[in-house]
Design a protein around this ligand. Structure first.
Ligand SMILES: *[C@@H]1O[C@H](CO)[C@@H](O)[C@H](O)[C@H]1NC(C)=O
Length: 481
């Protein structure tokens, strides 16, 4: 149904507005009852078809009237569990095309995923496919899909944090940098890949395309801090073999559980290397399995161990683990694939707090000599849970953060923006040539960390609970009577 705007309808929609919740001093989101929520949504959607002044729109539909929040909403609303990323890729492609980007949908084929899948690569119209700075993140999510839900100050849904928050804020950051002429069209490109949550096939596919960048900004939840790096990962399977027998006659059998316990005790107490930057190497005995019943000597036992590596290389830990297990009878340890070395990131841009993370990213999957930055909104602690969420204020902060990173990279490292007219050198991958003529160094001062704006009104509260920055105004009861 299409509503026609009439003065009385506008009056109806605008006049009976009350402040439903100005300050929530305890950082709690009010969860409206579903019936009320639906009612409000239907009112919102009716109202959205009426031409109303922009300021009213901002009040009644804060998400729809924000380019950032609405892009984020549209991304989260599309299910894109790894292997099933076609729809979100096509959505992004048309979104970016509508914002004057040249877009390439790059097919990614994997035997384990039969559906069509695409990486989305884009650069500003009039720019260059070989722009020196790449902003990248991933469009796949872990399962299961969780629908988008708009709270007062927080957004819920699968991928709302990991990593569609990064995707949306990277795109808006680039749009703003271009609009404000802080960068030229040939400075940055965008890449959103499939398969990050599983085997990294989307990012690894990029290695076959003969592309290179000077600096790559990877978007993952880092709590708006610049990552110094992340730990490596190795997974170990420890198996013990014995011989079954009646528990009353243990001398006739060989107890596989006992062997496994010996091995795991050694591993659990192993002194593993640590690093100033990444912290301690940690070892988790995550799964144990052995035996069939209390009165049977177990013939077989098995454990799975994950090691988060803070040494320089996987091999530093591998040697220690294999040494520890050497003397132990009856066990066999196998390293499982995939494992990856610790990743050390560049963090030479001022104005950011730093963080060491303990989760895997696509960083090791992209070959090349580029500088590597890792930054994004949200916390990994909620990323894969059933309550995945992101604060709206974090999305806005991330846009500022990505802009600062791009400008900081340009400023600090005097990155050369290649002249598209002289694109002959783009074909040859990175020989260390100092390019003189087409240097375009954008001189910007690295800004200080910006502190979120103080809320309009302050509530006196005894505790130091955080202040709410979002004000939502909802229609009064009279409207739904
Ligand atoms: C690293 O291990 C040491 C010794 O086991 C411990 O005292 C320290 O708190 C650990 N550091 C971190 C960051 O967990």
């Amino acid at each position: 149904m299409r509503l026609h705007a009439s003065p009385s309808l506008i009056a109806l929609s605008a006049a009976p507005l009350v402040v439903n919740s100005l300050q929530l001093p305890f950082g709690i989101d009010i969860q409206l009852p579903a019936a009320l929520d639906n009612h409000i949504n239907s009112i919102k959607s009716s109202i959205s078809q009426i031409q109303v002044p922009a300021f009213i729109n901002k009040i009644i539909d804060p998400t729809g009237s924000s380019p950032l929040l609405s892009l984020h909403r549209d991304l989260v609303a599309i299910p894109s569990v790894s292997g099933d990323e076609e729809h979100v890729a096509r959505f992004l492609s048309s979104y970016l095309a509508s914002k004057n980007f040249k877009v390439e949908l790059i097919p990614v084929e994997s035997p384990e995923y039969p559906k069509k899948r695409f990486n989305v690569f884009a650069y500003p119209e009039g720019g260059s496919r070989s722009a020196p700075i790449l902003l990248t993140s991933h469009i796949d999510t872990v399962p299961p899909f969780i629908p988008y839900k708009d709270g007062l100050r927080t957004v819920y849904g699968r991928g709302s944090c990991d990593a569609k928050a990064s995707v949306a804020s990277q795109i808006i950051a680039v749009e703003e940098l271009l609009a404000q002429k802080h960068i030229t069209e040939d400075t940055v490109s965008l890449l959103f890949v499939v398969g990050e949550e599983t085997n990294g096939d989307g990012m690894r596919h990029m290695n076959t395309l003969n592309m290179r960048w000077d600096a790559v900004i990877f978007g993952e939840p880092t709590e708006l801090k610049l990552a110094v790096g992340h730990k490596g990962l190795a997974m170990l399977e420890v198996e013990a073999k014995g011989r079954a027998s009646h528990s009353g006659y243990p001398n006739l059998g060989i107890n596989a559980n006992s062997h496994l316990i010996n091995a795991l005790y050694k591993l659990d107490n192993l002194k593993l290397p640590s690093s100033d930057l990444l912290g301690n190497t940690t070892l988790n005995i995550g799964l144990m399995n052995g035996g069939v019943a209390a009165n049977v000597i177990p013939a077989f036992a098995k454990a799975e161990v994950a090691i988060r590596i803070a040494a320089k290389h996987f091999t530093d830990v591998k040697v220690l683990v294999e040494d520890a297990l050497k003397g132990i009878e009856g066990v066999e340890a196998t390293w499982k694939q995939p494992h990856y070395d610790p990743v050390f990131c560049d963090h030479d841009i001022e104005g950011f707090e730093t963080i060491a993370t303990s989760y895997g990213t696509d960083i090791p999957n992209l070959n090349g000599q580029h500088k590597k930055y890792l930054y994004g909104p949200g916390s990994i602690l909620v990323a894969h849970g059933d309550n995945e969420k992101i604060d709206k204020s974090d999305l806005y902060e991330a846009v500022k953060g990505y802009k600062r990173l791009v400008r900081g990279i340009l400023n600090a490292k005097a990155i050369v923006v290649a002249d598209p007219a002289k694109s002959s050198e783009t074909a040859t991958p990175s020989v260390e040539v100092v390019v003189e003529p087409s240097v375009q160094v954008v001189e910007v001062k690295v800004e200080k960390v910006e502190i979120p704006e103080v809320p309009v009104k302050k509530v006196e509260s005894k505790s130091d609970e955080e202040q709410v920055e979002y004000v939502t105004i909802l229609p009064v009861d009279a409207v739904y009577d």
